[in-house]
Design a protein around this ligand. Structure first.
Ligand code: ZN
Length: 134
């Protein structure tokens, strides 16, 4: 697991704009970068079109993976929103976690979005610090 992930204020804003524009449905995407540093936010359609579930569109997901490879980056994180909470990964998120990456939840409460990161291993989630820099 990694201890923290570094994102810029602008990348966080891109993620919030994306999930906010899809609320009350869940929205999702990927973060690509190197080591602990995010370099690019990629959006993927939520095929489930649901307020409580997300399933990444498989074709868009493959295209995003190709883009990440072509640009010499690594998949660092998968993010999705919980427009009506909770702030943490759900039991379903833990059960369905398929990649060794940071799982970021963008949750909304009182019109404010909050981001928290988690590492999921052996069906246990551990919080990962998200360092937001200018
Ligand atoms: Zn979830």
């Amino acid at each position: 697991m990694i201890a923290h992930l570094i994102l810029t204020v602008q990348q966080v804003q891109e993620m919030i704009d994306h999930v906010n524009s899809h609320a009350p449905l869940e929205a999702c995407g990927l973060l690509a970068g190197k080591n602990d540093r995010v370099e690019r936010v990629l959006f993927v359609q939520n095929q489930a079109q649901s307020p409580v579930r997300f399933v990444m569109d498989p074709i868009e997901q493959l295209k995003a993976f190709d883009w990440i490879d072509d640009n010499g980056l690594d998949l660092l994180s998968i993010f999705h929103s919980h427009p009506a909470g909770p702030e943490t990964v759900s039991p379903t998120d833990i059960a369905e976690a398929a990649y060794d990456v940071v799982h970021i939840i963008c949750s909304q409460k009182d019109d404010q979005w909050k981001l928290r990161g988690f590492w999921i291993e052996n069906h246990i989630s551990t919080e990962v610090t998200l360092k937001i820099i200018e």
